[in-house]
Write a protein that binds this ligand. Structure first.
Ligand code: 5AD
Ligand code: SF4
Length: 476
């Protein structure tokens, strides 16, 4: 989900492998044509934002290309979540700078979280870029491009309290034609002490519920069969209808999108343990097409560390929420984000994170060691005092245990039959399809004539690794 280091090769391969949604990527330019090339890093929200950027640029007369060499505009949509993500971006910028030697006049723009965090530092210190555009300023891109074309630096890092890009139809860039993201809110008001997001993405705001439903309808009519509703904290989604004054909460929105069509699967990310309500869980249970999968980041299994992290829940609260999920939706899978070695974390506290992996029975987790981010509450208040080797060792222990728990989770599925939405060919063989079950587990199985990506089929699981299920199509 978080992509600190997608190699360009990987990126291009993915684009080649997957059927393009509505975008036609051109590889060579004719006279007068203008092209943009965009790379995205970080969270799904960032990938989703790149689709908004693409749409804005298309309006302004630019076409999409995967060939950096013909691009007039090279954009990099950046992430600041960990130091490693930023290092990757710096490396890419140096490569783009080399490119410009052969094609003077090519403009390079830094978009997204790192643009917001570093603002003019990119222009002053690095001299590598022509434009710096924060996540709420994408509408301004055509103007900033003109400014940069005139030889001035184009910069807009203004954060908005209102911008949700609700009226912009995203141009599906890296799509398999089956599943798509829909951004339902922007920003974050939570102030977790380790996190840079409130500073890079600003205040939380929810998008017009009807524009979300309209986007889901449009996707369904174009053949898409799965949408993922995206927000930093979807459970605090709240939109007031300006006419009726009716308030739509996340459970209401989920239901509205689920009703678009029974064959349109609905997923969402990310849930916050302090905010996820029984109402949301009951809505999930009531609709077959709302997927039985919740990404519920715990971060730490210890209450003292959770308090330092300013997560506003403790171990007991989190445990109760996990129990509520399994009670209300018995077949639900839960996944997590975990940080190893946060400031002052002891060995005993680390053990409590390990025991939470067992207790919550996560199907998978995204696992990191703590990386201090400038400007965050933790950077200002606490010393980053856990030595790197200790952080790395604790992370290894977390990863090892999670792999075991994932493997056990997957082995329990052997012999079961699942409804699978076919996404495309498997990575290894064009004789096999890959697709997901409702619990978000990837299943690989031999193809059968007459079936294509976007179709549902029933698959009986015969084997499992810690990451994938293998099976065979069966009649249901
Ligand atoms: N260091 C390490 N991991 C972090 N995350 C967020 N900030 C940091 C940080 N400073 C992780 C959290 C979050 C995920 C998106 O990234 O686990 O849920
Ligand atoms: Fe990275 Fe967070 Fe920004 Fe997403 S919101 S791109 S994870 S810093």
């Amino acid at each position: 989900m978080y992509n600190d280091n997608p190699t360009l090769e990987g990126l291009n391969k993915r684009i080649d492998e997957e059927k393009q949604g509505e975008v036609f990527f051109k590889e060579s330019a004719a006279e007068g044509e203008k092209f943009f090339y965009i790379e995205s890093y970080g969270c799904q929200m960032n990938f989703s934002d790149s689709e908004i950027v693409a749409s804005i640029l298309a309006e302004a007369g630019f076409q999409a290309t995967r060939n950096m060499e013909i691009a007039d505009l090279i954009l990099i949509n950046t992430c600041s979540i960990r130091e490693k993500a930023e290092e990757t971006v710096r490396k890419r910028l140096r490569i783009f700078d080399k490119m410009k030697e052969n094609r003077p006049g090519t403009l390079v723009g830094v978009l997204g979280c790192m643009a917001e965090r570093l603002k003019t530092k990119f222009l002053d210190e690095e001299k590598l870029v022509d434009m710096v555009v924060g996540p709420d300023a994408y509408r301004d891109l055509p103007k900033l491009v003109s400014t940069a074309e005139d030889g001035d630096k184009g910069i807009n890092v203004f954060l908005s309290r209102e911008e949700t890009y609700a009226d912009i139809a995203p141009m599906r860039l890296d799509s398999n034609g089956v599943s798509a993201f829909i951004s339902i809110m922007r920003g974050c008001d939570n102030m977790c002490s380790f996190c840079v997001v409130p500073f890079t993405r600003g205040r939380e705001r929810s998008r017009d519920a009807f524009s979300v439903v309209a986007e889901a309808n449009d996707l369904y009519s174009k053949g898409y069969r799965e949408v993922t509703l995206l927000g930093q904290n979807v459970d605090s989604y709240k939109w007031e209808n300006p006419e009726s004054k009716e308030v739509v909460n996340f459970a209401n929105l989920l239901e509205m999108v689920a009703k678009v069509h029974p064959d349109l699967r609905v997923r969402f990310s990310t849930s916050h343990p302090k905010d996820i309500t029984d109402e949301v869980l009951h809505t999930m249970a009531a609709y077959e097409n709302i997927c039985k999968y919740i990404h519920l980041p715990v971060q730490s299994g210890n209450s003292r560390v959770l308090d330092l992290m300013n997560r506003t829940y403790d171990r007991e609260w989190y445990t109760e929420r996990v129990e509520a999920i399994y009670r209300i939706i018995p077949d639900c899978a839960i996944s997590s984000d975990i940080i190893a070695g946060f400031c002052t974390e002891t060995e005993e506290e680390h053990q409590e994170t390990l025991s939470m992996i067992e207790l919550a029975d996560y199907s998978m987790s995204y696992m990191f060691y703590y990386s201090e981010r400038p400007g965050t509450l933790a950077a200002r208040k606490f010393e980053d005092d856990i030595p790197l080797e200790v952080k790395k060792r604790r992370l290894q222990e977390i990863i090892r245990l999670q792999n075991q728990v994932s493997f056990r989770h997957n082995k329990r599925d052997i012999g079961k039959t699942f409804k699978v939405l076919i996404e495309g060919d498997s990575k290894r063989s064009d004789q096999d399809f890959k697709g997901r079950n409702t619990q978000n587990k990837m299943i690989v199985f031999p193809k059968k004539d007459g079936l294509k990506p976007g179709d549902y089929t029933w698959v009986k699981v015969q084997d499992a690794t810690s990451a994938t299920l293998m099976g065979e199509i069966v009649e249901k």
